[in-house]
Ligand binder design. Structure first.
Ligand code: PMP
Length: 346
């Protein structure tokens, strides 16, 4: 790969970051805090939170098998997506390459940062071709976006293809593993020591059931995490979020139970759905949702909305004509969906 100095935007490489009061004083023994212009009343909300979220990172480090220095925490994984552009891609000059179809924020962020976005179509099994991805890269390609399991198709990208991109692409490869807890494939976050150009994204929004607290994770070698820390807002993860995440981490067993329940339900719902006349095909999935090709996605979507059931209409997305994306809910919710679809067209 190229050196980090070649990949990081020169203004970011040369940036002197903001130094907050809590950054400058890192010690634990002080009793009187008169440094940050805080209000002494209204404990604990009066104090700025830990800017580097050390207690939370220690707990995440144990859970995820990644060292504390290789973890970035942000306001959802969307923050890490945005930071990847801010750190690596020069507006109006650089470009990024991504699989297509995939999660929409990679493109939105490219547009926000005035960075050219180069989508590379997956094949009809929603698999990526390393050759095609690599052929779309040039000297100004800074990031390659791979989502696995992919949204909206639900499937894992083939490991060997991702490894080829990691080995042969000279820039940064971001592997978004937001849904990896629902998959049995070895997650790439365990391999960050082997790939200096790898950034892996995880989130508390899916398996952990914490979308509302907005907590996302990026795992990468320390030099990359240090750059993210330099560029992020000083107090980007608030106290309530840090505490709620620590509480969630103590309930690891219930999360494992949820994942088991949801993956069992996933098989049940897919098997039932493909038997209905309105469904043409359900695609193999490793996530907590699946993509289904229907006889008429728009009409079925509208029919479900009328009954108060909302799925995602992916009809206009590349390779997803007449497809609906269905998230797995509780057994009762899933049964409501199946019952409604059974009656469609009657
Ligand atoms: N990555 C993928 C692939 C997603 O599907 C989503 C949410 N739909 C996100 C990231 C965003 O996650 P967060 O809530 O952590 O911002």
């Amino acid at each position: 790969m190229k050196s980090l100095k070649e990949l990081i935007r020169p203004n970011i490489w040369n940036l002197t970051p903001y130094s907050s009061a809590r950054n400058e004083y890192g010690g634990r023994t002080a009793r009187v805090f008169l440094d940050a212009n805080e209000n002494p009343f209204n404990h604990p909300y009066n104090r700025y939170p830990d800017p580097l979220q050390e207690e939370l990172k220690k707990a995440i480090s144990e859970l995820k098998g990644v060292s504390v220095g290789q973890i970035f925490l942000g306001n959802g994984s969307d923050e890490a997506i945005d930071l990847s552009y801010r750190c690596f891609a020069r507006p109006g000059i650089d470009n990024v390459v991504a699989i297509e179809p995939t999660y929409g924020m990679y493109r939105v962020c490219a547009d926000i940062h005035d960075v050219e976005y180069r989508p590379v179509l997956l094949d009809d099994r929603f698999q990526l071709s390393a050759d095609k991805l690599l052929a779309s890269c040039d000297a100004n390609t800074k990031l390659v976006w791979i989502c696995s399991p992919n949204n909206p198709s639900g499937n894992n990208m083939e490991r060997e293809a991702i490894v080829r991109v990691l080995r042969q692409f000279e820039g940064i490869v971001v592997v978004d593993e937001a849904y990896s807890d629902f998959s049995t494939q070895r997650p790439f976050r365990l391999d960050i020591d082997s790939y200096p150009n790898l950034i892996v994204l995880n989130t508390f929004s899916k398996a952990w059931g914490c979308a509302a607290i907005r907590l996302g994770m990026a795992f990468a070698r320390e030099e990359i995490i240090e750059v993210f820390n330099k560029v992020k807002y000083p107090y980007n993860v608030n106290l309530l979020t840090q505490r709620a995440a620590l509480r969630a981490l103590r309930r690891k067993e219930s999360i494992e139970r949820w994942v088991q329940t949801l993956t069992d339900e996933r098989s049940r719902v897919m098997e039932a759905l493909v038997k209905l006349p309105c469904c043409i095909q359900a695609y193999p999935t490793d996530a907590n949702f699946f993509l289904a090709r229907m006889t008429d996605a728009k009409a079925i979507y509208d029919y479900l909305v009328e009954r108060g059931i909302i799925v995602r209409n992916r009809n206009k997305i590349a390779l997803c004509q007449d497809c609906l994306r269905v998230t797995i809910g509780t057994r009762l919710e899933n049964d409501e969906l199946l019952e409604a679809l059974k009656n469609y067209g009657l």
